[in-house]
Design a protein around this ligand. Structure first.
Ligand code: SF4
Length: 67
């Protein structure tokens, strides 16, 4: 059986710039000049890290989805 790594989707339209994701997983998420979430270049490679699940859980508007 092949294990497919999780994928991170961020909904920039939903993001309100609360920065919880950056606080939980600063190696994965950052914010643009307007405070909107962005995935760092190598952030997707860490989709399976527990900090990413914590960040998704902490986001107040569920803008981070793991698949
Ligand atoms: S925690 Fe959610 S609302 Fe806050 S910056 Fe991250 S994605 Fe946006």
């Amino acid at each position: 059986m092949t294990r497919v790594p999780p994928r991170i989707d961020v909904d920039v339209d939903r993001c309100i710039g609360a920065a919880m994701c950056v606080r939980h997983a600063p190696a994965v998420f950052t914010q643009d000049e307007d405070g909107v979430v962005e995935l760092l270049p190598h952030g997707a490679e860490q989709a399976g890290a527990p900090q990413v699940a914590e960040a998704a859980h902490a986001c107040p508007v569920q803008a981070i989805q793991l698949h």
